[in-house]
Design a protein around this ligand. Structure first.
Ligand SMILES: N[C@@H](CCC(=O)N[C@@H](CS)C(=O)NCC(=O)O)C(=O)O
Length: 347
Protein backbone atom coordinates (compact mmCIF):
# COMPACT_ATOMS: atom_id res chain seq x y z
CA UNK A 1 0.00 0.00 0.00
CA UNK A 2 1.14 3.53 -0.74
CA UNK A 3 0.26 6.51 1.44
CA UNK A 4 0.40 9.77 -0.51
CA UNK A 5 0.60 13.19 1.14
CA UNK A 6 2.75 15.47 3.22
CA UNK A 7 3.20 14.93 6.94
CA UNK A 8 2.38 18.56 7.73
CA UNK A 9 -1.20 17.57 6.91
CA UNK A 10 -2.72 16.29 10.17
CA UNK A 11 -4.92 13.94 8.14
CA UNK A 12 -1.92 12.32 6.43
CA UNK A 13 0.07 12.18 9.64
CA UNK A 14 -2.66 10.49 11.69
CA UNK A 15 -2.86 7.79 9.03
CA UNK A 16 0.93 7.24 8.91
CA UNK A 17 1.19 7.00 12.70
CA UNK A 18 -1.89 4.78 12.98
CA UNK A 19 -0.67 2.34 10.30
CA UNK A 20 2.65 2.08 12.14
CA UNK A 21 0.91 1.42 15.47
CA UNK A 22 -1.22 -1.24 13.77
CA UNK A 23 1.91 -2.89 12.26
CA UNK A 24 0.52 -2.49 8.76
CA UNK A 25 3.29 -2.23 6.12
CA UNK A 26 3.10 0.69 3.68
CA UNK A 27 5.30 3.08 1.74
CA UNK A 28 4.99 6.84 2.04
CA UNK A 29 5.31 9.41 -0.75
CA UNK A 30 5.63 13.08 0.25
CA UNK A 31 3.63 14.68 -2.53
CA UNK A 32 2.08 18.09 -1.88
CA UNK A 33 -1.49 18.99 -2.93
CA UNK A 34 -0.31 22.60 -3.25
CA UNK A 35 3.25 22.83 -4.59
CA UNK A 36 3.13 19.62 -6.69
CA UNK A 37 -0.53 19.62 -7.72
CA UNK A 38 0.12 18.01 -11.13
CA UNK A 39 2.26 15.25 -9.64
CA UNK A 40 -0.52 14.50 -7.15
CA UNK A 41 -3.07 14.66 -9.96
CA UNK A 42 -1.18 11.94 -11.83
CA UNK A 43 -1.54 9.65 -8.82
CA UNK A 44 -5.09 10.65 -7.88
CA UNK A 45 -6.95 13.14 -10.13
CA UNK A 46 -9.06 14.31 -7.18
CA UNK A 47 -5.91 15.57 -5.41
CA UNK A 48 -6.89 14.87 -1.81
CA UNK A 49 -4.37 14.11 0.91
CA UNK A 50 -4.21 11.55 2.29
CA UNK A 51 -4.68 9.19 -0.61
CA UNK A 52 -4.13 5.49 0.04
CA UNK A 53 -3.32 3.40 -3.01
CA UNK A 54 -4.47 -0.11 -2.13
CA UNK A 55 -2.57 -3.19 -3.29
CA UNK A 56 -4.95 -3.60 -6.25
CA UNK A 57 -4.34 0.05 -7.29
CA UNK A 58 -7.64 1.51 -6.11
CA UNK A 59 -7.28 4.97 -4.52
CA UNK A 60 -9.02 5.66 -1.20
CA UNK A 61 -9.43 9.13 0.30
CA UNK A 62 -10.37 10.66 3.64
CA UNK A 63 -8.23 9.73 6.65
CA UNK A 64 -11.11 8.27 8.64
CA UNK A 65 -12.30 6.08 5.78
CA UNK A 66 -8.73 4.96 5.07
CA UNK A 67 -8.27 4.00 8.71
CA UNK A 68 -11.60 2.18 8.68
CA UNK A 69 -10.48 0.16 5.67
CA UNK A 70 -7.04 -0.59 7.11
CA UNK A 71 -8.40 -1.88 10.43
CA UNK A 72 -11.00 -4.00 8.64
CA UNK A 73 -8.75 -5.41 5.92
CA UNK A 74 -5.08 -5.29 6.93
CA UNK A 75 -4.62 -5.03 10.69
CA UNK A 76 -5.16 -8.70 11.62
CA UNK A 77 -7.71 -7.81 14.28
CA UNK A 78 -5.68 -4.99 15.84
CA UNK A 79 -7.56 -1.77 16.59
CA UNK A 80 -6.86 1.67 18.00
CA UNK A 81 -10.42 1.97 19.31
CA UNK A 82 -11.79 0.76 22.66
CA UNK A 83 -14.14 -2.26 22.62
CA UNK A 84 -16.36 -0.88 25.39
CA UNK A 85 -19.33 1.02 23.91
CA UNK A 86 -19.22 3.97 26.35
CA UNK A 87 -15.46 4.41 25.95
CA UNK A 88 -15.89 4.16 22.16
CA UNK A 89 -18.51 6.90 22.22
CA UNK A 90 -16.16 9.21 24.17
CA UNK A 91 -13.21 8.43 21.87
CA UNK A 92 -15.32 9.10 18.78
CA UNK A 93 -16.39 12.42 20.27
CA UNK A 94 -12.75 13.38 20.93
CA UNK A 95 -11.66 12.40 17.41
CA UNK A 96 -14.58 14.30 15.88
CA UNK A 97 -13.56 17.41 17.84
CA UNK A 98 -9.93 17.02 16.79
CA UNK A 99 -10.88 16.57 13.13
CA UNK A 100 -13.15 19.62 13.30
CA UNK A 101 -10.22 21.63 14.70
CA UNK A 102 -8.00 20.35 11.85
CA UNK A 103 -10.60 21.26 9.24
CA UNK A 104 -10.96 24.76 10.66
CA UNK A 105 -7.17 25.08 10.84
CA UNK A 106 -6.89 24.07 7.17
CA UNK A 107 -9.70 26.47 6.17
CA UNK A 108 -7.95 29.35 7.88
CA UNK A 109 -4.64 28.38 6.28
CA UNK A 110 -6.14 28.22 2.81
CA UNK A 111 -7.94 31.53 3.26
CA UNK A 112 -4.70 33.23 4.33
CA UNK A 113 -2.27 31.44 1.99
CA UNK A 114 -4.23 30.83 -1.21
CA UNK A 115 -6.00 34.19 -1.45
CA UNK A 116 -4.46 37.61 -1.85
CA UNK A 117 -4.86 39.68 1.30
CA UNK A 118 -7.35 42.02 -0.41
CA UNK A 119 -9.65 39.05 -1.16
CA UNK A 120 -9.64 37.61 2.35
CA UNK A 121 -12.95 37.84 4.14
CA UNK A 122 -12.50 38.90 7.77
CA UNK A 123 -15.97 37.73 8.99
CA UNK A 124 -15.31 34.28 7.53
CA UNK A 125 -11.91 34.10 9.23
CA UNK A 126 -13.46 35.19 12.54
CA UNK A 127 -16.14 32.51 12.19
CA UNK A 128 -13.56 29.81 11.49
CA UNK A 129 -11.46 30.90 14.45
CA UNK A 130 -14.48 30.79 16.78
CA UNK A 131 -15.20 27.25 15.65
CA UNK A 132 -11.57 26.25 16.06
CA UNK A 133 -11.52 27.64 19.62
CA UNK A 134 -14.75 25.82 20.49
CA UNK A 135 -13.36 22.53 19.23
CA UNK A 136 -10.10 22.97 21.17
CA UNK A 137 -11.92 23.92 24.36
CA UNK A 138 -14.12 20.83 24.20
CA UNK A 139 -11.09 18.68 23.35
CA UNK A 140 -9.17 20.03 26.36
CA UNK A 141 -12.15 19.07 28.53
CA UNK A 142 -12.30 15.61 26.97
CA UNK A 143 -8.63 15.05 27.86
CA UNK A 144 -9.22 16.34 31.37
CA UNK A 145 -12.13 13.97 31.90
CA UNK A 146 -10.33 10.82 30.65
CA UNK A 147 -6.57 11.48 30.53
CA UNK A 148 -5.71 7.77 30.48
CA UNK A 149 -7.72 7.22 27.27
CA UNK A 150 -5.35 9.45 25.29
CA UNK A 151 -2.25 7.43 24.54
CA UNK A 152 -0.09 6.63 21.55
CA UNK A 153 -1.94 3.42 20.70
CA UNK A 154 -5.42 4.95 20.78
CA UNK A 155 -6.97 6.78 17.84
CA UNK A 156 -8.18 9.44 20.29
CA UNK A 157 -4.62 10.00 21.53
CA UNK A 158 -3.01 9.95 18.07
CA UNK A 159 -5.51 12.28 16.41
CA UNK A 160 -5.61 14.70 19.35
CA UNK A 161 -1.82 14.96 19.57
CA UNK A 162 -1.44 15.32 15.79
CA UNK A 163 -4.13 18.02 15.81
CA UNK A 164 -2.41 20.00 18.53
CA UNK A 165 0.94 19.89 16.70
CA UNK A 166 -0.77 21.20 13.58
CA UNK A 167 -2.91 23.99 15.04
CA UNK A 168 -0.33 25.20 17.56
CA UNK A 169 2.15 25.52 14.68
CA UNK A 170 -0.13 27.47 12.38
CA UNK A 171 -2.28 29.34 14.93
CA UNK A 172 0.04 29.85 17.92
CA UNK A 173 -1.94 32.88 19.10
CA UNK A 174 -5.13 30.78 19.31
CA UNK A 175 -3.66 27.47 20.36
CA UNK A 176 -1.28 28.44 23.15
CA UNK A 177 0.07 26.15 25.84
CA UNK A 178 -1.24 28.58 28.47
CA UNK A 179 -4.81 28.22 27.19
CA UNK A 180 -4.71 24.47 26.57
CA UNK A 181 -2.15 22.99 28.99
CA UNK A 182 -3.50 19.45 28.79
CA UNK A 183 -3.45 19.35 24.99
CA UNK A 184 0.07 20.79 25.00
CA UNK A 185 1.21 18.25 27.58
CA UNK A 186 -0.40 15.36 25.71
CA UNK A 187 1.26 16.47 22.48
CA UNK A 188 4.68 16.75 24.14
CA UNK A 189 4.33 13.25 25.59
CA UNK A 190 3.16 11.55 22.41
CA UNK A 191 5.54 13.43 20.09
CA UNK A 192 8.37 11.75 22.02
CA UNK A 193 7.09 8.23 21.24
CA UNK A 194 8.60 6.21 18.39
CA UNK A 195 5.74 6.28 15.85
CA UNK A 196 5.43 10.07 16.19
CA UNK A 197 9.19 10.49 15.86
CA UNK A 198 9.16 8.22 12.79
CA UNK A 199 6.47 10.40 11.13
CA UNK A 200 7.39 13.97 12.14
CA UNK A 201 5.22 16.99 11.39
CA UNK A 202 8.16 18.57 9.55
CA UNK A 203 8.91 15.37 7.66
CA UNK A 204 10.43 14.99 4.18
CA UNK A 205 9.50 17.67 1.69
CA UNK A 206 7.73 19.92 4.20
CA UNK A 207 8.71 23.51 3.51
CA UNK A 208 10.39 25.18 6.49
CA UNK A 209 8.44 28.09 7.93
CA UNK A 210 9.53 31.70 7.40
CA UNK A 211 10.92 31.73 10.94
CA UNK A 212 12.93 28.57 10.27
CA UNK A 213 14.24 30.03 7.02
CA UNK A 214 15.28 33.19 8.85
CA UNK A 215 17.30 30.72 10.83
CA UNK A 216 19.40 32.56 13.30
CA UNK A 217 16.76 34.08 15.61
CA UNK A 218 17.78 32.92 19.08
CA UNK A 219 14.97 31.64 21.31
CA UNK A 220 13.88 33.87 24.16
CA UNK A 221 13.34 32.75 27.73
CA UNK A 222 9.58 32.48 28.12
CA UNK A 223 8.71 30.58 31.26
CA UNK A 224 10.00 29.13 34.47
CA UNK A 225 7.62 26.37 35.52
CA UNK A 226 7.83 24.62 38.87
CA UNK A 227 6.05 21.29 39.34
CA UNK A 228 4.22 21.45 42.67
CA UNK A 229 1.77 19.35 44.69
CA UNK A 230 -0.93 22.06 44.78
CA UNK A 231 -0.94 24.73 42.06
CA UNK A 232 -3.59 26.91 43.74
CA UNK A 233 -1.68 26.85 47.04
CA UNK A 234 1.54 27.90 45.28
CA UNK A 235 -0.21 30.79 43.56
CA UNK A 236 -1.82 31.91 46.82
CA UNK A 237 1.48 31.77 48.61
CA UNK A 238 3.33 33.78 45.96
CA UNK A 239 0.60 36.42 46.10
CA UNK A 240 0.80 36.73 49.86
CA UNK A 241 4.54 36.38 50.29
CA UNK A 242 5.79 38.49 47.39
CA UNK A 243 2.81 40.58 46.33
CA UNK A 244 2.87 39.02 42.86
CA UNK A 245 -0.36 39.01 40.85
CA UNK A 246 -1.97 35.87 39.52
CA UNK A 247 -2.45 35.78 35.77
CA UNK A 248 -4.72 32.74 35.81
CA UNK A 249 -5.38 29.31 37.26
CA UNK A 250 -6.64 26.82 34.68
CA UNK A 251 -10.03 25.33 35.59
CA UNK A 252 -8.38 21.89 35.82
CA UNK A 253 -6.31 23.28 38.71
CA UNK A 254 -3.19 21.71 37.17
CA UNK A 255 -1.55 24.84 35.80
CA UNK A 256 -1.39 28.51 36.76
CA UNK A 257 0.74 31.54 36.10
CA UNK A 258 1.90 34.66 37.89
CA UNK A 259 2.44 38.01 36.28
CA UNK A 260 6.18 38.43 36.75
CA UNK A 261 7.06 40.87 34.01
CA UNK A 262 8.76 39.92 30.76
CA UNK A 263 9.12 36.24 31.67
CA UNK A 264 6.47 34.10 33.28
CA UNK A 265 6.58 32.08 36.49
CA UNK A 266 4.16 29.17 36.19
CA UNK A 267 3.21 26.30 38.47
CA UNK A 268 2.19 22.91 37.11
CA UNK A 269 0.90 19.87 38.98
CA UNK A 270 3.30 16.96 39.37
CA UNK A 271 0.78 14.86 37.43
CA UNK A 272 1.24 17.14 34.43
CA UNK A 273 4.98 16.50 34.55
CA UNK A 274 4.26 12.78 34.58
CA UNK A 275 2.15 13.26 31.44
CA UNK A 276 4.80 15.39 29.74
CA UNK A 277 7.72 12.98 30.03
CA UNK A 278 8.57 9.52 31.27
CA UNK A 279 11.11 8.94 34.03
CA UNK A 280 9.68 11.25 36.69
CA UNK A 281 11.32 14.25 38.33
CA UNK A 282 12.69 15.48 41.65
CA UNK A 283 9.98 17.37 43.56
CA UNK A 284 11.35 20.68 44.80
CA UNK A 285 9.77 20.31 48.23
CA UNK A 286 10.86 16.70 48.77
CA UNK A 287 14.37 17.26 50.14
CA UNK A 288 15.66 19.25 53.08
CA UNK A 289 18.10 21.00 50.74
CA UNK A 290 16.64 23.03 47.86
CA UNK A 291 17.08 22.19 44.20
CA UNK A 292 20.25 23.74 42.79
CA UNK A 293 18.29 26.49 41.09
CA UNK A 294 16.42 29.59 42.14
CA UNK A 295 14.26 32.34 40.81
CA UNK A 296 15.34 35.90 41.58
CA UNK A 297 12.81 38.65 42.34
CA UNK A 298 14.13 42.16 41.93
CA UNK A 299 12.94 44.77 44.42
CA UNK A 300 14.15 48.08 45.78
CA UNK A 301 13.52 47.02 49.37
CA UNK A 302 14.90 43.54 50.07
CA UNK A 303 14.51 43.62 53.91
CA UNK A 304 10.82 44.57 53.66
CA UNK A 305 10.00 41.91 51.07
CA UNK A 306 12.05 39.36 53.01
CA UNK A 307 10.02 40.11 56.15
CA UNK A 308 6.74 39.90 54.24
CA UNK A 309 7.73 36.50 52.85
CA UNK A 310 8.64 35.15 56.30
CA UNK A 311 5.33 36.36 57.72
CA UNK A 312 3.49 34.51 54.94
CA UNK A 313 5.27 31.28 55.90
CA UNK A 314 8.49 31.21 53.86
CA UNK A 315 11.61 29.81 55.53
CA UNK A 316 14.61 32.03 55.78
CA UNK A 317 17.53 30.59 53.81
CA UNK A 318 19.85 33.59 54.06
CA UNK A 319 19.12 36.92 55.78
CA UNK A 320 19.51 40.14 53.78
CA UNK A 321 23.12 41.14 53.25
CA UNK A 322 25.07 43.62 51.17
CA UNK A 323 27.32 42.09 48.52
CA UNK A 324 30.71 43.69 47.67
CA UNK A 325 29.35 44.74 44.28
CA UNK A 326 26.63 46.80 45.96
CA UNK A 327 23.63 44.48 45.64
CA UNK A 328 21.44 43.62 48.64
CA UNK A 329 20.34 39.98 48.53
CA UNK A 330 18.48 37.43 50.64
CA UNK A 331 17.07 33.94 50.08
CA UNK A 332 13.81 32.39 51.26
CA UNK A 333 12.29 28.99 50.56
CA UNK A 334 8.60 28.57 49.80
CA UNK A 335 6.46 25.69 51.13
CA UNK A 336 6.46 24.12 47.63
CA UNK A 337 10.28 24.01 47.79
CA UNK A 338 10.97 26.92 45.45
CA UNK A 339 14.15 28.79 46.38
CA UNK A 340 13.67 32.52 45.88
CA UNK A 341 16.41 35.13 45.85
CA UNK A 342 15.28 38.65 46.70
CA UNK A 343 17.68 41.21 45.31
CA UNK A 344 18.08 44.84 44.45
CA UNK A 345 18.80 45.69 40.81
CA UNK A 346 22.44 45.48 39.82
CA UNK A 347 23.60 49.03 39.33
N1 LIG B 1 -11.65 14.95 5.81
C1 LIG B 1 -10.44 14.76 5.07
C2 LIG B 1 -9.72 16.08 4.92
C3 LIG B 1 -8.51 15.95 4.02
C4 LIG B 1 -7.99 17.29 3.53
O1 LIG B 1 -8.71 18.29 3.55
N2 LIG B 1 -6.74 17.30 3.11
C5 LIG B 1 -6.15 18.50 2.55
C6 LIG B 1 -4.67 18.53 2.85
S1 LIG B 1 -4.43 18.87 4.58
C7 LIG B 1 -6.31 18.45 1.04
O2 LIG B 1 -6.41 17.39 0.47
N3 LIG B 1 -6.34 19.63 0.41
C8 LIG B 1 -6.44 19.78 -1.00
C9 LIG B 1 -7.80 20.17 -1.45
O3 LIG B 1 -8.78 19.99 -0.68
O4 LIG B 1 -7.90 20.67 -2.53
C10 LIG B 1 -9.58 13.68 5.74
O5 LIG B 1 -9.83 13.37 6.92
O6 LIG B 1 -8.70 13.13 5.10
Amino acid sequence: MRLIGMLDSPFVRRVAISLTQLDVPFTHESVSVISTFEKFQAINPVVKAPTLICDDGEALMDSTLILHYVEAACAKGATLWPRDAQALQHDLRAVSLALAACEKGVQQLYECKMRPTSKQHAPWLARVQTQLQAALQALEQAVQQRPQAFHERSQAGITTAVTWRFVSHHQPELASEASYPLLAALSARLEATSAFVQWPFDGPGVQPSAAQLAGSAAPRMGYTILYVPDVAASLNFAEQAFGLKRRFLHESGTYGELDTGSTTLGFAAHALGDMNYAGGHVAAHASEQPLGMEIALVTDDVPALHQRALQAGAREWAAPSLKPWGQTVSWVRCPDGLLVELCTPVA
